[in-house]
Design a protein around this ligand. Structure first.
Ligand code: ADE
Length: 239
């Protein structure tokens, strides 16, 4: 999968070179290319913004520089996304949907704002990462890349994907490793039993219990076995 990012702050994307996403790039599972919108300025001082028509504080990014940056990376069938607090909030379902794309172009806004006409012309899908306002679309673009890349073949091992929070609709069960005792807290006996079937059952119950305690709203959206429904009823009655 190819990601093209259009931004005025290319250096903000350095963290993507680390960890799992960095390894995925090195292995060729994903390709992330960062384009500096400023490189498309025709101004001798590389100016990209101007004062707003109608007056008011601040500056507005010009349509022509943004459009030319976009035109330089655009391919047929590319999915174009504009990161903005006005967009639809990103969730795991959307992440999974985007992971099926071949080429994603991410346009990062800036607190100054972009001339509306380039948004009208490109007609990108507008995505927000939550109901709060950031100084630009760079962190949201990184959040989107990180969450989507995880689903690209070869980036993670497929078991991690199967067991993770949200992908299965509910939260994950708790994990333990050595030491066996930490400040008087023991690793649950069952995990040392070697009985895989019982361990799986225990983990499923713990996942339901964790979801009930931390995100009960998720339980409403999921379907459960008869036995699990009984267990949830008990959790509710004993609270
Ligand atoms: N730009 C500024 N705030 C944002 C947000 N919450 N989501 C996406 N893009 C943004």
């Amino acid at each position: 999968m190819k990601f093209d990012v259009l931004t005025l702050f290319p250096e903000m994307f350095t963290p993507l070179k680390e960890s799992i996403i960095g390894r995925a790039m090195k292995n060729g599972n994903i390709d992330i290319s960062i384009t500096n919108i400023r490189d498309f300025s025709k101004d001798k001082h590389k100016k990209v913004d101007d004062t707003p028509y109608g007056g008011g504080a601040g500056m507005v990014i010009r349509t022509d520089v943004v459009y030319d940056a976009y035109a330089s990376v655009k391919t047929d069938g590319a999915k174009v996304i504009y990161l903005t607090p006005q967009g639809k909030t990103l969730d795991q379902k959307k992440v999974q949907e985007l992971s099926k794309e071949k080429h994603i172009i991410l346009l990062c806004g800036h607190y100054e704002g972009i001339d509306e006409r380039v948004i009208d012309e490109i007609a990108p899908e507008e995505i927000s990462i939550g109901d709060y306002v950031l100084t630009g679309g760079e962190l949201p673009a990184m959040v989107l890349i990180d969450s989507v890349a995880r689903y690209v073949e070869g980036v993670l091992n497929s078991d991690s994907i199967k067991e993770e929070s949200f992908a299965s609709g509910i939260l994950e069960y708790p994990q333990y490793t050595r030491p066996e005792t930490f400040k008087g807290r023991e690793v649950p006996e069952i995990l040392k039993s070697g009985h895989h079937e019982n361990i799986e059952k225990w983990r499923r119950k713990k996942a339901i219990e964790t979801t009930y305690q931390k995100r009960p709203d998720l339980l409403e959206k999921e379907s459960f076995t008869k036995e699990e429904i009984e267990y949830i009823k008990n959790l509710k009655e004993n609270k």
